[in-house]
Write a protein that binds this ligand. Structure first.
Ligand code: SF4
Length: 105
């Protein structure tokens, strides 16, 4: 699965309104504490990882280390989510392999 962009959320700024997952539910989801996190879904990448700061299979780091690849077909939706985010806390960056490798998952 090719991907040109990555995304992460600064949870310190998230207002918890959920607009991001209304626009792009395959990339954004709510965490138990009412803040939102990013994810990679198995339907796009073969394995599901939620970047919620949890431990164990299927979990990855949150904040700036919890960077998810954006499926190319969802880039427009993810960018729209970032534009609509009232916390201005959805960070979209060009793909960087070293950042993906540093996630540890
Ligand atoms: S749109 Fe932004 S502020 Fe709202 S839940 Fe998503 S990340 Fe948080």
């Amino acid at each position: 699965m090719s991907t040109a962009l990555m995304v992460w959320i600064d949870q310190d700024l998230c207002t918890g309104d959920g607009i991001c997952s209304e626009i792009c539910p395959d990339v954004f989801q709510e965490r138990d504490d009412g803040l939102w996190v990013v994810k990679e879904e198995a339907s796009h990448f073969g394995t599901s990882i939620v970047f919620d700061g949890g431990s164990g299979d299927g979990h990855g780091p949150d904040m700036g280390n919890g960077v998810a690849r954006i499926p190319d077909g969802l880039i427009d939706d993810a960018v729209e989510a970032a534009e609509e985010c009232p916390g201005e806390c959805i960070m979209i960056e060009p793909y960087a392999q070293e950042t993906i490798d540093a996630r540890g998952v």
